[in-house]
Design a protein around this ligand. Structure first.
Ligand code: NAD
Length: 287
């Protein structure tokens, strides 16, 4: 199965937002074509501008760029005929993820690999209750912030053909990513679940009155030599987003403590969302 995919050269990316445009940059870095799809014309043009900025920056990762074409979803079938890989990068909404994966499965040739970049929903969850034509060609390919943070976690579910995981690991490495194979289905992949544990324990420590945000961040930076502590990082992500993520972990895993969620909810109810509204664990200047 894996070899026949190489007859097609293009990568199709659905969603030209924060992630989609970065993935377009990465997957076009060996001279191969990328097709970027979005419902919003403005996202497509801003996405192309962003790719241009990355390509012309001093830290550009290639000199052999593939062509990036764009379209609205209406011409998806035609573009998928040329693709060995299609990646969905649409917003983090479960029903939307399901509908986009179904659509890709209906329209793409049987050999085209279908990948989800979702941070919270693993591929097994997304396709549960869907009746796919080829459930063996779907997997999760979760990126961080390429090209600056080129980690990509590649993970199948029980039915994924192992040869497509091998192929995606190899191809992602050739395109400047640092691939990590997630060896079993895992909500939060590898890194995010460890980060979730740090956030959860930080919130529990705060809720017990053991230390202040300042003290937690200071000792974290001091011991681990990281530029930011967990409270500072949660402020950057947004406390509402942190709460949504924690709720999703709590749905999929029993016995997680409820205090971290309550602590976050109280902060949100008091109007503290983090950097985005200038008030979180810390105060920030208004933009
Ligand atoms: N932002 C991050 O740092 C980050 C990191 C890792 C993973 N992710 C994941 O990547 C995915 C996308 O996140 P994002 O931050 O790029 O979102 P975003 O909101 O910036 O971009 C999503 C884009 O998808 C488009 N879109 C919506 N419905 C569509 C459809 N049916 N067909 C085609 N395009 C459609 C929107 O117009 C928008 O341009 C999410 O699943 C998220 O969990 C995000």
């Amino acid at each position: 199965m894996a070899n026949s995919k190489l007859l097609r050269e293009a990568v199709v990316i659905l969603g030209a937002g924060t992630q989609g445009r970065r993935l377009a940059y990465m997957w076009s870095s060996t001279g191969k074509p990328v097709h970027l799809v979005d419902q919003q014309e403005s996202q497509l043009s801003q996405g192309l501008d962003h790719v241009h900025q990355l390509r012309t920056s001093s830290s550009s990762i290639s000199t052999n760029w593939g062509k990036i074409t764009t379209s609205k979803p209406s011409s998806l079938k035609e573009e998928l005929e040329k693709a060995w890989l299609a990646i969905e990068c649409v917003p983090e909404n479960f029903a939307l993820k399901q509908s986009v994966i179904s659509q890709l499965d209906n329209l793409a040739p049987d050999q085209t690999i279908l990948a989800s970049n979702s941070s919270s929903y693993v591929i097994g969850e997304i396709i549960e209750n869907l009746s796919l034509n080829n459930p063996r060609r779907v997997l999760s390919a979760h990126c961080y912030w390429p090209p600056e943070t080129p980690a990509i976690e590649i993970m199948g579910y029980e039915q994924t053909d192992p040869s497509i995981i091998d192929l995606l690991v190899k191809k992602s490495e050739e395109h400047g990513f640092t691939p990590y194979r997630v060896r079993k289905p895992s909500v939060g992949y590898i890194y995010n679940r460890i980060w979730a544990a740090i956030k959860r324990e930080t919130l529990l420590t705060l809720s017990e009155g053991v230390a202040s945000p300042n003290e937690i961040d200071a000792i974290f930076r001091d011991v681990l030599k990281t530029p930011k502590g967990p409270c500072e990082l949660m402020d950057v992500v947004g406390l509402d987003v942190v709460l949504d993520i924690e709720k999703h972990y709590a749905e999929t895993r029993k016995n997680l403590p409820s205090e971290p969620q309550k602590y976050l909810q109280d902060m949100i109810d008091a109007g503290n969302l983090g950097v985005k509204n200038s008030r979180g664990f810390y105060k920030y200047p208004r933009e």
